[in-house]
Each structure stands twice: as structure tokens, then as C-alpha cells.
Design a protein around this ligand. Structure first.
Ligand code: CTP
Length: 450
């Protein structure tokens, strides 16, 4: 009996997939089809898969060509499967020609000609109207957004708005997009908005974007006031618009996997979370010159609060802030201590003090540790009482990582996914509340004499 194996995502099952499976089956007597998990696809940069794994497996099954369907969840699995299932022929479409030649030592490798003019990517784009995204703000992060958004099929970056027209024109020229003179003009040209303007302007822009019927992805910290956050989410809900906070860590595959491991029971019950992120910033940058809204906590606090709020929740019993401020009252280093009924947590961040950036999640059976830059999670370890036993986990974090949040934003707009669990409104509201408390205690005090 000749055993054949092939792999694919098989999203929005199409004629190309059908013909591939038909010919793969003809190569032998028994066909095994590996269908990729969504997580695996994300790690290899394939974003926006629409059909669920179950649907994709069901569609492969319906063709009647597959004798066995397996799940493909990691790189290197092919090599393992070929040995495990005693495969004679590995086959895949000609778009992969040469890429699996390394398997030739173990079985025959056949590249079947790809069916022309059809692909899942094409269908995904046709199915849904391209979402035209407009950017508000022209700073460093806005510049990172454009190349990242290009990698997500189904969105195009249309243009930019900045009240300082000169900056908008310069930015637009650099990225070959349009610059708009007025917000009205800008809203007419776009379907969704990415807000990357200074923190204190977020509230006004989010509100006006929602009023104009636009979906919003807003850079962190979304707002610095709990009531404002509640109001905006309520407003978005009423209008059936998507509003999400862009904390990129929340959307990246490695961080999701770390949370999954933390909650799996592997380290027992979670008792302590310590998150630290420091970055020695250029003293001339806004972060260190804006005495009202700059400083380390408003800048980096979202990152360090995120794992705490995700793992312990929003209902802390007590929260205390400890900062080292400079002579102008700007916090160069801040530590926030959270007390929960069964746990303790610290969120530490700094722009003027360098420390070991680390995420540590300690439980009753062991602990998880992810070194800097854990906020772009690619690797973490689980340690136990026995120092000789260590479990190691790794994931990909591609480019600047903004592609993951853009992809989720788009899925939510298209209604094809409710990825809100990665960062819920409740969590964003809670973090806005913590920012508000911090500013009231630290900043307003120091700078505004309030
Ligand atoms: N395939 C094919 N002809 C096509 C499309 C896909 O022969 N027109 C083959 C691929 O080469 C692969 C299998 O079908 O062997 C599964 O491919 P998959 O990546 O799931 O489909 P694509 O349409 O290529 O998906 P995407 O656009 O997301 O890359």
C-alpha cells in the first residue's frame, strides 16, 4: 500500500484545494491530509484565516479523498509524521517547489501543479470589502503601522490626519498615502481608524470617529480615565462598531500561549505576577518632555499591567503606586503593587532607570519566566521545585508585531471572529481606571497643584 501525505490550511475551501487532493489521492492508495491549526498559521505569518479548524477539516472530509485527517500544529511536524505514519509520498502544490526537498531522504516528494487564479487569500479579499484604514497621528508608532498593515489581507492604509498639516503631508509622502486637511474629509475617505496621536487626544478622536460610524483601533493607553473608557465602549456598542485598545502584546501568539500555560494548572494556582519593562528613553522625546501626560507609567504601564489583569482579573483589593520622579515631577521609574484575595502582583516600568525586563508568573507548583522582550513574547520557560526539570516553549513574533492586532481588528470588523477575549473592554476599562488613579496620585499633585 502506498501512503501519501499532504498539508494545508484549506481555508474557504476552493477548486484549487479540491484538485490538489484529487491528484494527491491518485498518487497512492491511502491519503493522509494534515490541516493546520489557526495558532500554527498565525505563527507562520498566515493571518485572517476565516474558517474554523473543524470547518476546514469537514470540508476536506467532504471531498471523499482523504482516508485520514490529522492536525498540523507545529513546524517540524511533517518530518515526524512521515516517520510515524510510514509515508511513501509527500505532496504539496507547486507554490512550495523546492521547499520540502529536505524530506527526500525519508520519502518521495512530489510538487503538484497549482491551480491557476484561485487562492484562499483571493477569496478572503473578495468576500469582504477591503477596509480602508486611516491613521490619526504621525509619530514613530504610526510609521510602524503601515508596513505591518500591508501584511494583513483585507486592509489598506488610505491616508493620514494630523492637525499639523505639514507633518501629515510629510508622513503621507513618505508612505505614499493621502493627507487630509480636515477630519471631515478624512472620515469620508476611510472605514476604520487607527489612532496613534498623543495620549490625551485619544478620547476626543475616538469619540469623533465613532460618531462618524468608524471602527477604532487605538494605541495604548486608550484613555487615562475610567469613565471615559466606559463611555466610549458603551458608545461603540450602541453603534455596533468595533473599538479595541492596541496593546500589541495582547494579540501576539506567544503571549496568548503563555497565558494558556499559566492557566492550564501546570504551575498550580497562580499566586504572584511580576512584570517589568524599562527603556532608557531619549530625553528630548515626548515621553520625557510632556510633564502632564509623559512619564514611565503612562508610556509603559499598559504593557506591565496587562499580564496582571489577564491572570488575576480586574478585582484587586488594593493598589499602591511607588514612583521615582525627577525634579519636574515626572516619573522616571514606577512600581505598582496589586493585592488580590489570593495573590500579589507588581508592575514595574522605567524610562530613566534600567532594570531586568522580565515577566514572572509564580504558582503553587512552579513558575513561568519570560525574559525581555517578553512583551514581544517568543520564548518562555516553566520551572519547578526540581531545578533539573524545565519545560521550554517558543513561538514566533513577526516584525513589529502590529500585524496581529490589525488582523484581529479586521476579523472583528468582518464579524468573522469575536477575538475580544484577547483584550476585553472590561480589561481596558480597568487599566484606564488604574492610569487615572496613578495620575491623580502622582502627576496632578506634582505638576498641576490639584
Ligand atoms: N493549492 C493549489 N492550487 C491553488 C491553491 C492551493 O494546488 N490554487 C494547494 C496548495 O499548494 C497546497 C494546498 O492546496 O498544497 C493547500 O493550500 P492552502 O495554503 O491551504 O491554500 P491557498 O489557497 O494557497 O491559501 P492562501 O491563499 O491562504 O495561501
Amino acid at each position: 500500500m502506498t501512503k501519501v501525505i499532504t498539508y494545508g490550511t484549506f481555508d474557504l475551501f476552493h477548486e484549487g484545494h479540491y484538485r490538489l487532493l484529487q491528484r494527491a489521492k491518485k498518487l497512492g492508495d491511502y491519503l493522509i491530509v494534515g490541516v493546520t491549526t489557526e495558532e500554527y498559521d498565525r505563527t507562520r505569518g498566515k493571518l485572517n484565516v476565516i474558517d474554523s479548524l473543524m470547518t476546514r477539516m469537514e470540508n476536506v472530509k467532504k471531498t471523499g479523498f482523504a482516508d485520514e485527517i490529522i492536525i498540523e500544529e507545529s513546524t517540524g511536524q511533517k518530518f515526524h509524521d512521515i516517520q510515524k505514519y510510514k509515508v511513501d509520498i509527500f505532496t504539496v502544490g507547486s507554490d512550495w517547489t523546492g521547499q520540502f526537498d529536505y524530506l527526500k531522504d525519508y520519502c518521495k516528494v512530489v510538487y503538484l501543479e497549482r491551480t491557476k487564479n484561485i487562492s484562499s487569500t483571493m477569496l478572503r479579499t473578495q468576500n469582504k470589502r477591503i477596509q480602508r484604514i486611516g491613521i490619526i497621528g504621525t509619530g514613530r508608532i504610526a510609521g510602524r503601522f503601515i508596513p505591518e498593515a500591508k501584511l494583513v489581507s483585507g486592509v489598506s492604509t488610505q491616508g493620514v490626519y494630523n492637525p499639523h498639516m505639514e507633518s501629515a503631508v510629510r508622513f503621507a509622502k513618505r508612505w505614499e498615502i493621502d493627507a487630509y486637511r480636515s477630519l471631515e474629509e478624512f472620515y469620508t475617505a476611510v472605514d476604520a481608524v487607527y489612532i496613534a496621536s498623543p495620549h490625551e487626544t485619544h478620547y476626543g478622536y475616538i469619540k469623533s470617529a465613532l460618531e462618524h460610524g468608524k471602527h477604532v483601533l487605538c494605541e495604548k493607553p486608550m484613555v487615562l480615565d475610567m469613565k471615559q473608557a466606559e463611555e466610549l465602549f458603551e458608545y461603540a456598542k450602541e453603534r455596533e462598531l468595533v473599538l479595541i485598545e492596541g496593546i500589541k502584546t495582547a494579540y501576539c501568539p506567544g503571549f496568548s500561549s503563555l497565558l494558556g500555560v499559566a492557566c492550564s494548572g501546570l504551575i498550580g494556582s497562580i499566586r504572584n505576577v511580576e512584570a517589568c519593562f524599562t527603556k532608557l528613553e531619549n530625553p528630548n522625546f515626548r515621553e520625557l518632555t510632556d510633564l502632564q501626560y509623559g512619564g514611565s507609567f503612562t508610556e509603559l504601564g499598559s504593557h506591565v499591567m496587562l499580564p496582571i489583569i489577564k491572570l488575576f482579573g480586574k478585582e484587586y483589593e488594593e493598589i499602591t503606586f511607588h514612583s521615582i520622579n525627577d525634579e519636574r515631577g515626572l516619573d522616571l521609574f514606577t512600581r505598582v503593587v496589586f493585592k488580590y484575595p489570593n495573590g500579589l502582583a507588581t508592575a514595574t516600568c522605567g524610562l530613566g532607570v534600567k532594570s531586568e525586563g522580565r515577566l514572572l508568573v509564580a504558582g503553587t507548583k512552579g513558575y513561568i519566566v519570560a525574559e525581555a522582550p517578553w512583551w514581544k513574547t517568543t520564548y518562555y520557560e516553566v520551572h519547578y521545585e526540581d531545578p533539573g526539570k524545565v519545560d521550554k516553549f517558543s513561538d514566533r513574533f513577526l516584525g513589529e508585531g502590529l500585524r496581529y492586532e490589525v488582523s484581529d481588528f479586521l476579523s472583528m470588523i468582518n464579524g468573522s471572529s469575536k477575538n475580544e477575549f484577547k483584550l476585553t473592554r472590561g480589561e481596558s476599562i480597568a487599566m484606564a481606571g488604574i492610569m487615572e488613579k496613578f495620575l491623580k496620585e502622582n502627576r496632578y499633585h506634582e505638576n498641576m497643584g490639584a
